[in-house]
Every structure is written in C-alpha cells, then in structure tokens.
Design a protein around this ligand. Structure first.
Ligand SMILES: Nc1ncnc2c1ncn2[C@@H]1O[C@H](COP(=O)(O)OP(=O)(O)OP(=O)(O)O)[C@@H](O)[C@H]1O
Length: 268
C-alpha cells in the first residue's frame, strides 16, 4: 500500500520584494508502506520543502499531498521528524526528553519513562538516562533524537540530513544503527541528503531531483541485499555500479545549480 503520495505538486513562496519563487514544480513521488526512500539533488532544489509538505507544516500551491490516501491538512501524530539540528530540550534529562512524546499524548508518567528506558537501550544509551543533552557527544544526541522520534512508533519518518553534522565514522555507524532501528518498526522513510553514497547505502529507492524548481528527474531501485553494513557496502561492486549510474543523472543538476550560483556571484 502507498504511505505517501505527492501528485503534481507545485510549491511557490512569496518573496520579500512581493514576487513569487517556485521551489517545486509538478513533482510526483510515491513511497510505499515500510519503504526507505532517499531524495538527493543539488542545493536549493526543494528537498526540504518536499519534507515540509509531507509533514503538513506547509500546504502545496497546486497538486495533492496524501498520507495513507488522505490529504495532509496539518501535522499528524503518526509522522516523526529527525533534522540536522538536534531538537532536544536542553533543560530536560535524556530520559525525560525521550519520554516527552508519550507524555504529551497522555501516557501516564511511569509508563512513559518505562518506554523511554526501553528506547534508550535500543539506541545504545542505557546508563545515560540522567545526563543532560550538553553532556553528550553529537552522535549520542542524535541517538536521543532517534529514540525521541521512534518511541512514538511513527508510520512516516521524515529525515532531513540528520547525520550531516557528525564526523565521517560516527555518521556511518549511526546509519547502520538507523537501518536496524527502521527494521524493528518499519516506518515509510523519506531521507533527504546531499550525499549520494549515504542515499544508496540506506535506501530501497533513490529519487534524483532537478536543479530548482525541483521535480523528479529519475528514480532508481536499490536492490542491494539487507541487512546492510553502511561502513562496508560502498565497496560492493553492485554499489559502485549503482553509484556510477545515479551520478550520471545527478551530475548535470549539480553542475546547473552551481553554474547559477556562480553566475549570481559574478553579477553581484
Ligand atoms: N519559506 C520560504 N520562503 C521563501 N523561499 C523559500 C522558503 N523555503 C524555501 N525557500 C526557497 O525554496 C528553494 C528550495 O529550498 P529547500 O530548502 O527546499 O532546498 P533544499 O534542496 O533542501 O536545499 P539544501 O540542499 O541547500 O538544503 C530555495 O531556493 C529556498 O530559498
């Protein structure tokens, strides 16, 4: 069954000078139940905008955004987010950060804390319940953010460059951990990244967007076997072939976006 569907979606924003800017144009995208979809494209092509539309934070200017076959009208409790910036509460302990979702939905405090302990164990943070976010490394804070989101058992998980602030090794470790956590609850994922290697290592499907206004240029099925170890899969010949193939589609869009940005730089 289809979890997420964008049909002919266009998104325009008002600009400061009273004009409009078209960020997305006629974008069609479907993500099946339990599918891991990665979206790549050059800077400014509308990747984050696509996520804000699926999340219900923004409405499309034209076209339809459907989750579970129904139009998205606002933020749904069944949708989870993990962003580049940590969205943790700095004044709450790790345990209370993770318990916040169930508490907010009316779960009694003791039950919410029991669930939070269980999720902290699953993300490898057992023993860190009483710490505060500033006492954790970047990778550990990212684990808190994952537990905070996954404890709500989202049907849809939206991720916007969640690991881009981490060092290369931690990033690869976190990616492998994400796959094993995803396997436990199987939400439909839309994962936005600049990093084509990361996209291929994680996803069932990689969608390449054009330079803005963003629309789908091409979709690629990633039939690499699972479970995958992200640190190792990039050496697999099948991975290398997929990378070459998808980069062919992405390269022209990256060049186009870069040319536009430098042309603006020259004009200025
Ligand atoms: N609220 C807004 N008002 C006006 N313009 C916006 C708004 N949000 C996004 N844009 C513009 O829409 C375009 C797409 O932005 P978006 O953040 O979706 O791109 P992106 O592909 O995620 O970029 P990056 O890879 O650099 O993060 C950009 O040109 C951006 O400036």
């Amino acid at each position: 069954m289809t979890a997420i569907e964008l049909r002919g979606v266009t998104k325009r924003f008002r600009t400061a000078d009273g004009g409009t800017y078209t960020a997305l144009k006629d974008l069609d995208l479907t993500v099946a139940d339990g599918e891991f979809c990665a979206v790549v494209g050059p800077t400014g092509c509308g990747k984050s905008t696509t996520l804000t539309l699926v999340s219900g934070l923004e409405q499309p200017s034209a076209g339809e955004v459907l989750v579970d076959g129904r139009p998205v009208t606002g933020i749904a409790p069944t949708t989870g987010f993990v962003f580049q910036q940590d969205a943790v509460f700095p004044w709450k302990s790790v345990l209370d950060n993770v318990a916040a979702g169930p508490l907010f939905r009316g779960t009694p405090k003791a039950d919410a804390r029991t669930q939070a302990r269980d999720w902290l164990r699953r993300v490898g943070l057992a023993g860190f319940e009483d710490r505060y976010p500033h006492q954790l490394s970047g990778g550990m804070r990212k684990r808190v953010a994952l537990a905070q989101s996954l404890i709500n058992q989202p049907r849809i998980l939206l991720m916007d460059e969640p690991f881009s602030a981490l060092d290369v090794q931690t990033r690869a470790i976190m990616s492998t951990e994400l796959l094993s956590l995803w396997d436990q609850t199987k939400p439909a994922v839309v994962f936005v990244t600049h990093d084509l290697e990361e996209a291929i290592a994680l996803a069932d499907k990689v969608v390449v967007l054009t330079a803005g206004p963003g629309t789908v240029k091409a979709e690629f099925t990633i039939d690499l076997p699972r479970p995958r170890v992200v640190q190792e899969i990039r050496f697999d010949p099948q991975f290398v072939a997929l990378y070459g193939h998808i980069w062919e589609a992405l390269r022209a869009e990256v060049a186009e976006a870069y040319a536009r940005s430098t042309a603006i730089g020259v004009a200025a």
